[in-house]
Write a protein that binds this ligand. Structure first.
Ligand SMILES: O=C(O)CCC(=O)C(=O)O
Ligand SMILES: [Fe+2]
Length: 577
């Protein structure tokens, strides 16, 4: 049997906290969502039929509604109400100074701290009448990050959140793991983030103030726009002020009815994706309250459970359910996600997934969130390969792409850049380095130095200096290794090969005086110094020999060697860190 929640026994005196008095529920006859109720205590039942029934009901609820009521989860109505007392106390007593000091900054990818009634950014936006205080791991760990008024009560809030995470959510994840026919602890051990009372998730004290008529009209009856939560599970305490609406299967918005003491649970996008679309992250919003509740404040307590940040979102193909039934493409989030990933979009980590949503565009679907991506089609006809990359990264990587994506170009409108003359291998390296790849083996991926030379010339075309510099370091490193063994036998042959590739490609594809050409000339001077007979080789072009002559007049072989060693030595140390 799961142990029930027990509030800690405080030894220190605490200020008296006025009771939160639950407003009267609406008496209006509204279009209610018919949500299933899951009695969590039944998970402990000795009767296998009861447990199996529970799992079947859960399965239906999460497949069809994505929302459910959770009852008998181990916290009594009085214990829940005490937390509402504390949330009300926080909102009534937080000082102006603390509101300023603890003002949130969603551009960091976290909602931590205090939200004013002025929109979803740190900077003041439109009035929305919603205040919140959001407790993340760091708020629990450091008193300075908390409003002074709530500090004496953190023992209770902490133990409460620990119970919600480690007992309620863990049992809920057991149920969900069983639906996926995976071991009981699968989601808890592999997907749930750990550490502190809320892992990477957060606990929210939200207060919705009533809106004046003018704001109400402006917001067209919506307090919080339709969205899906990005995490794994969201635990909302059912509140008497009706406002939460969910988008039902028949495409109608319906209200969630007050169910005293119950948790309203919904699943987030991470779980929809992990479950291959078997679980549903349901669209929901906070709408205006019914007329008989219009002047009421709506206090709402929520625990958002987050997945481990380092995981990359992908369906758990280990699940027998997925193996048997395949993926479900009915669910919008997963469908869009799959489409984008199949098209080659980079798979985000869970941390990126949630931070992008919080910092860039609040409350938008995955399509919108991926909007920054663009396709680069490299090569011709059957040989062409499509690469999906982030527009802002591509723009920042080169003035060529920056221009191609500037406002009125066709490329920018179609979100497709065609490079028929170029080689997909080159762009593959380009993309790897553009995303900060620094592993030599991965970059080379079975390729030889001639590919690096070739890609360097591609860098010239798109004017990507940083790309070229990185490739030159790679070339120098491999030449350095060969020179290091004093160029005897095979190594000498190999060094000569490298330089021939560089000369061949750079003297056909780079313009006169390009740094790549000059560096090649330097390298060849060193080579000639070791092996003077090579000077008479007919294969060197006149144009190239002119640069060699110019370079050797200025620097001489010795200086060229010193420069080369310095450059290459630097590279060898800095790579692969
Ligand atoms: O307050 C509520 O009932 C819902 C809030 C919500 O959907 C959210 O913050 O994600
Ligand atoms: Fe939500």
């Amino acid at each position: 049997m799961a142990a029930p929640y027990q509030a800690p026994v405080s030894t220190l005196p605490k200020p008296a906290v006025p009771k939160w008095s639950p407003p009267a529920p609406t008496s209006e006859d509204l279009d209610w969502a018919k949500l299933r109720s899951i009695d969590l205590s039944l998970l402990d039942s000795q009767d296998p039929a009861v447990v199996s029934d529970l799992i079947q009901t859960t399965k239906r609820a999460i497949k069809e509604d994505g929302f459910l009521y959770l009852t008998n989860y181990g916290v009594s109505l009085d214990q829940v109400r005490r937390q509402f007392d504390l949330a009300q106390y926080l909102h009534n007593n937080i000082s102006e100074e603390d509101k300023q000091r603890l003002l949130w900054d969603p551009s960091t990818g976290l909602y931590a701290g205090f939200k004013r009634r002025l929109g979803w950014k740190r900077e003041a936006g439109e009035f929305d009448g919603i205040e919140q205080f959001n407790f993340y791991r760091d708020e629990f760990a450091d008193q300075d990050r908390l409003p002074e008024c709530i500090r004496p009560f953190m023992d209770e809030i902490t133990v409460f959140c620990e119970y919600l995470t480690n007992s309620v959510n863990r049992r809920l994840l057991t149920l969900l793991s069983r639906v996926l026919e995976l071991p009981d602890d699968y989601l808890w051990a592999n997907v749930q983030s750990h550490g502190g009372p809320v892992g990477d998730g957060y606990f929210r004290h939200a207060l919705f103030y009533p809106l004046d008529e003018q704001t109400q009209q402006k917001r067209e009856a919506v307090r919080m726009y339709g969205h899906t939560d990005y995490g794994i599970t969201t635990l909302l305490f059912s509140v008497p002020v009706t406002a939460l609406q969910i988008f039902c299967k028949d495409k109608k918005w319906r209200f969630v009815k007050y169910n005293p003491g119950a948790l309203v649970v919904n699943l987030g996008e991470a779980l929809e994706i992990i479950s291959g679309g078997h679980f549903k992250a349901t669209l929901h919003k906070v709408a205006d309250t019914p007329t008989d509740q219009q002047n009421l404040q709506r206090l709402s307590l929520v625990l958002f459970n987050a997945s481990r940040g380092d995981l990359r979102l992908r369906p758990v193909v280990e699940s027998p359910l997925l193996q048997r039934e395949g993926m479900v493409l009915e669910q919008g989030v997963f469908r869009e996600f799959k489409k984008l990933i199949d098209a080659g979009a980079p798979v985000p980590t869970n941390k990126e997934w949630r931070e992008v949503q919080i910092s860039m565009r609040n409350q938008v679907g995955p399509k919108e969130r991926f909007k920054d991506t663009i396709i680069v089609r490299v090569g011709r006809g059957n040989e062409a390969v499509d690469f999906t990359v982030h527009e802002h990264k591509l723009r920042a990587s080169s003035p060529f792409f920056e221009a191609a994506l500037s406002k009125d170009w066709k490329e920018a409108r179609e979100r497709l850049i065609k490079l028929p003359e170029d080689d997909p291998e080159d762009f593959d390296m380009y993309k790897f380095l553009m995303y900060g790849g620094r592993n030599y083996e991965e970059l080379m991926n079975g390729r030889g130095p001639q590919h690096v030379v070739h890609a360097y010339a591609f860098g010239e075309k798109v004017q990507a200096r940083s790309f070229q510099n990185n490739l030159m370091k790679v070339l120098l490193a491999s030449i350095h290794r060969l020179f290091g063994t004093l160029m005897e036998g095979e190594d000498l042959e190999s060094a000569i090969m490298h330089l021939r590739w560089m000369v061949d490609i750079f003297y056909t594809r780079l313009p006169p005086m390009a740094p790549g050409r000059m560096l090649t000339a330097d390298l060849v001077i060193v080579l000639f110094h070791r092996e003077p007979t090579l000077i008479n080789d007919d294969a060197w072009t006149v144009e190239f020999m002119k640069d060699v002559a110019a370079s050797s007049i200025v620097f001489g072989a010795k200086t060229a060697l010193v420069r080369l060693n310095r450059e290459a030595g630097y590279f060898v140390r800095s790579w692969d860190k």
